[in-house]
Design a protein around this ligand. Structure first.
Ligand SMILES: Nc1ncnc2c1ncn2[C@@H]1O[C@H](COP(=O)(O)OP(=O)(O)OP(=O)(O)O)[C@@H](O)[C@H]1O
Ligand SMILES: [Mg+2]
Length: 486
């Protein structure tokens, strides 16, 4: 420092414009800079601190100063957005201060003020996260421009972090609502898979059972959470577009490929790619996807180079993939590769005990959204919701609650707020007729018996489960000679 301080000071003193005028570059940057940012200037030369302080104050920053490493670390604790750090200080060397600062705040950016450092030191400093070197003697406008860029970087990083946190918040394990054993074991499975190094997961389940939710929860509960989560619906795009979305393309690979483009797999490196509706993927792409899953590398469309990435692929389908395989519509090798870690999301009617929990979850959610104060559902409405078949699963329940909340006038949701719902209404494909046919009498007997068992022998409740009235169930109990004791 002693060798260069003179010239640094010369620059400042002989060029009064250096801190009183703003270059067009800094003017342009000033639109973006963090207002009210606090900058800590660490240098043992009073004159250098003075010149930097005066210059940076004209840009509207708050300035703190320190003449020693110890003082710098003390000042830093009061809250600082950027540090300008002289590399040679009387008490501590630049690298150890840099290290300490990064320990206190791993995100902090540091501009090193230096005239000369060895390549090794520069490399070490960069490794420790030094943002930039400002060489003495400074051009103060250049330093100011670097400061503007560093603060912009800090602002963007904080914004990304904030956005990621906001994005992640709804996808903790607790966001998968349900107290039944089925949902408890689902949460355990999700936690296990999220924490595992498994690179492929297959989510199956009817529409509206929470496949999207679980895919995001897996991502945001994993060590990949700070990296991108990218999502593509395989049925939404024609083959060529889907291929270039996934794998990217080189310039000129096809007529419209005027520029090179990175695909989702590349952009999501380190993170997760969610392939929704995988059952709709055309066979040609299935083969390419399989190759990628096996080799962890792929070529861009029209490209020759192998590109290696580390992504977890979470695939989802509401189709029965085994049937698709049997029909020859889905490659069996890809199915086996995906099916290494399958997670099946149960239909809501399979865990109807969770309906009240889900209802209260969505009531809370829409209370916030609609600024309402609904306390819950009346017992008659609760019974109706519990016995309904929910062919659209949790999504349907969510929509039904949303609509009821919009219509509700009192502080409880009543049966009439749930409009057209009828107990036992459409159960979708739940009772798909097996190829071999059924014995309808026997099926009816079995369903009545099951309903009685589930209702603990209570005929009214059992009737509600079947969407019939008490007389109708009594008639069947007699006809089949069923017992009503649980
Ligand atoms: N267990 C659950 N707890 C809380 N919310 C849930 C649960 N399951 C599903 N949901 C909510 O229900 C809605 C539908 O879920 P999602 O979109 O994940 O279904 P999906 O299985 O992806 O359906 P599709 O096959 O139609 O794409 C979403 O709003 C989701 O957050
Ligand atoms: Mg979905």
């Amino acid at each position: 420092m002693a060798t260069t301080a003179g010239s640094a000071v010369d620059t400042v003193v002989t060029d009064p414009l250096a801190y009183s005028s703003r270059t067009t570059y800094t003017d342009a940057l000033s639109d973006f800079i963090m207002t009210n940012a606090t900058i800590l200037i660490v240098d043992d030369e009073d004159l250098i601190r003075w010149s930097l302080r005066e210059r940076l104050r004209t840009d509207g920053y708050d300035i703190l100063e320190a003449g020693t490493g110890k003082a710098a670390l003390e000042q830093f604790k009061t809250g600082v957005d950027l540090v300008l750090l002289d590399y040679r200080l009387p008490d501590l060397d630049g690298l150890s201060i840099l290290r300490e600062l990064k320990k206190l705040d791993p995100e902090i950016l540091v501009i090193l003020l230096t005239s000369f450092v060895s390549v090794e030191t520069a490399v070490e400093a960069m490794k420790l996260g030094a943002f930039h070197f400002a060489n003495k003697p400074f051009n103060l406008d250049e330093v100011a421009a670097t400061v503007g860029r560093a603060l912009e970087t800090t602002r963007l990083r904080r914004e990304v972090k904030q956005l990621r946190a906001n994005e992640a918040r709804p996808y903790s394990l607790r966001a998968i609502v349900g107290e039944s054993a089925t949902m408890e074991s689902l949460r355990q499975m999700v936690a296990k898979v999220a924490g595992s190094p498994a690179s492929t997961v297959l989510l199956t389940g009817e529409s509206g059972t929470g496949k999207d939710l679980v895919a995001k929860t897996i991502h945001y509960s994993s060590t990949r959470s700070s990296r991108p989560f990218m999502n593509i619906t395989c049925s939404a795009l024609p083959e060529q577009l889907l291929e270039s979305e996934l794998f990217g393309h080189e310039r000129g690979a096809f007529t419209d490929a005027r520029l090179q483009k990175r695909g989702l797999l590349e952009s999501a490196d380190g993170g997760t790619v969610f392939l929704d509706e995988i059952g709709e993927m055309v066979p040609g792409l299935q083969a390419k996807l399989l190759r990628f899953l096996e080799e962890k590398s792929f070529k861009r469309v029209g490209g020759a180079a192998d590109i290696h990435v580390d992504v977890r692929v979470v695939a989802a389908t509401n189709r029965n993939l085994e049937e698709q395989v049997a029909k020859g519509a889905f490659r069996s090798d890809l199915y086996y590769r995906l099916n290494v870690l399958p997670i099946r999301l149960p239909a809501l009617r399979e865990h109807a005990d969770d309906v009240p929990y889900l209802v209260s979850f969505f009531v809370d959610m829409f209370n916030k959204e609609f600024k309402k104060h609904v306390t819950g559902v009346s017992s008659a409405a609760g019974a109706l919701l519990k016995t309904y078949g929910w062919p659209g699963n949790v999504r349907e329940l969510r929509n039904v609650v949303e609509r009821a909340m919009l219509l509700a006038e009192g502080d409880q949701l009543e049966v009439h707020d749930f409009g057209a719902l009828k107990p036992g209404m459409s159960t979708g494909d739940a009772f798909e007729l097996p190829a071999a046919g059924v014995d309808l009498e026997e099926l009816e007997r079995s369903l009545v018996a099951q309903a009685l068992r589930r209702a603990g022998g209570n005929q009214t409740k059992a009737a509600a489960l079947l969407g019939i009235n008490r007389d109708q169930i009594r008639y069947r109990i007699e006809k089949f000679g069923l017992s009503t004791t649980p």
